[in-house]
Design a protein around this ligand. Structure first.
Ligand SMILES: Cc1cc2nc3c(=O)[nH]c(=O)nc-3n(C[C@H](O)[C@H](O)[C@H](O)COP(=O)(O)O)c2cc1C
Length: 438
């Protein structure tokens, strides 16, 4: 039986040079102008998606690897997705917009005020993807860079502070009674005196309460500490895990346990698995694509090495393809999850770099669950199966570009709708209501 699923779009490149490195660059959209994203956001709304989530990093990365990161525009430049959000809200009426924010970059009071403003302006459609990357620390102060778990501790304190400020207008504080002329009862405002490990500030917040809930919190961390953060704080967890029944159920159980441990309910968190499918028009075309990628040549491996170098902030392009990777080349701040995505289950001490890169270059078929190339029907079947295992939704991964959106969704939307997996109607009441509609 089909179980409806939530769908989100992950704009994985962030607010950056869309189309760069692809033939569709010659469509001549300007990546610095809002029209490109507005056009795509309208399509996503029509397609019944809950939200678009915009990746971000506030920095070009460590000084030593800036050239690696910008040369092919994998790691930057990126404009600020929080400031793109209003343009997307204006172009749509129901779509949620979830920019990525980093607690290192904004003080809680400023953040609470900006997010509150956007939540009101958007009809309660704002979400925040809270990430804890510390590589950009040097842009904000000369304090030492935090370690992995400490960055999560700081994020929890930041978010708790923001929420205290949002809640600083207690019940009855907002009066807005034109008859008496009283706008607010200042005695009901909470002064929020916060003195924490990372932040110190006073309230109350100079903003009014929300009518349809606070901005939605999303989080992508996969480590034990990351999952604990999600359990305590998140409305949406972005999941990366093998899409087998065992692994999906285990991942969900870990998030649910983390939620219960922090006094929340499992159903408070919508878990969405990130997938980048290549949807093609026939099984034969899918087979052809997979066969063509089976034995990647050195040029293909170099392209993968360039992208990985940017993602891992570690230059792999000069390394001997036939020698094993030395794990000490990765800085302490590089996420273990990202390194594992490169090395897979292979033995790092004995496997040549070539084998890791080739494994990323190879494609697999959705039909035999070896990869994500397939027809709309095959992909719909996979999503349907995820639903049967109790899953809440999927996050499709790609550029927010009309070409990418159409390539992925033209056939998929009708197929998903006919199977009853994809919503036909949006609900009123903002992003929380959208997530709780089923
Ligand atoms: C779907 C998805 C989206 C992500 N988006 C971002 C992002 O926009 N910015 C960022 O710095 N990290 C992003 N990350 C990386 C996570 O923030 C985090 O660094 C990574 O998952 C490792 O976290 P962990 O150490 O808790 O496992 C994303 C990860 C996933 C799976």
């Amino acid at each position: 039986m089909s179980v409806p699923q939530h769908f989100g779009w992950f704009l994985a490149r962030g607010f950056g040079p869309h189309g760069w490195g692809h033939p569709y660059l010659d469509w001549d959209w300007r990546w610095t102008s809002p029209e490109l994203y507005q056009q795509s956001a309208r399509e996503l709304e029509q397609a019944g998606f809950d939200f678009v989530l915009i990746e971000d990093a506030p920095s070009l990365g460590s000084p030593a690897t800036i050239d690696t990161r910008v040369r092919h525009a994998f790691g930057g430049p990126k404009l600020d997705p929080l400031l793109l959000a209003p343009y997307l809200f204006q172009a749509t009426t129901h779509l949620g917009v979830i920019p990525t924010v980093n607690p290192a970059a904004t003080l809680p009071y400023t953040a609470a005020r900006q997010f509150s403003t956007l939540q009101h302006l958007s009809g309660h459609r704002l979400g925040l993807n809270v990430v804890t990357d510390t590589g950009s620390a040097r842009h904000f102060s000369d304090a030492p860079q935090l370690g992995h778990d400490a960055a999560y501790d700081r994020a929890e304190e930041w978010l708790a502070g923001i929420r205290a400020l949002w809640r600083s207008w207690g019940d009855g504080a907002l009066v807005a009674d034109p008859v008496s002329g009283v706008y607010a009862d200042g005695t009901k405002l909470d002064a929020v005196r916060h003195r924490g490990e990372y932040f110190a500030f006073d309230g109350p917040l100079n903003a009014v309460p929300f009518e349809h809930g606070e901005p939605v919190i999303a989080s992508p961390g996969g480590s034990g500490r990351g999952l604990a953060f999600a359990g305590a704080n998140s409305d949406i967890q972005l999941a990366l895990a093998p899409l087998t029944e065992k692994s999906v159920r285990e991942y969900r159980a870990r998030i649910h346990a983390a939620a219960v441990e922090r006094g929340r309910r499992p159903e408070d968190i919508t878990i969405m698995f990130a997938i980048q499918p290549t949807i093609v028009s026939s099984a034969e075309e899918a087979d052809r694509l997979v066969a063509a990628a089976a034995n990647p040549d050195d040029r293909a491996l170099t392209l993968i090495a360039q992208r990985q170098s940017s993602d891992l902030e570690t230059d792999l392009t000069g390394l001997d393809l036939d020698a094993p990777l030395d794990p000490s080349i990765f800085g302490e701040h590089v996420s273990q999850g990202s390194i594992r995505r490169l090395t897979g289950d292979r033995d790092v001490a004995t496997t040549p770099l070539r084998a890791h890169l080739a494994s990323l270059a190879r494609l697999g078929r959705i039909s035999d669950r070896s990869g994500f190339v397939g027809t709309a029907e095959e992909f719909a079947e996979l999503v349907e199966e995820l639903g049967e295992w109790g899953n809440d939704g999927v996050l499709l991964w790609g550029d927010l570009h009309p070409v990418t959106i159409h390539r992925t969704l033209d056939e998929l939307v009708p197929v998903l709708r006919r199977r009853g997996i994809l919503r036909r109607d949006h609900v009123e009441g903002g992003l929380h209501a959208t997530l709780r509609a089923f």
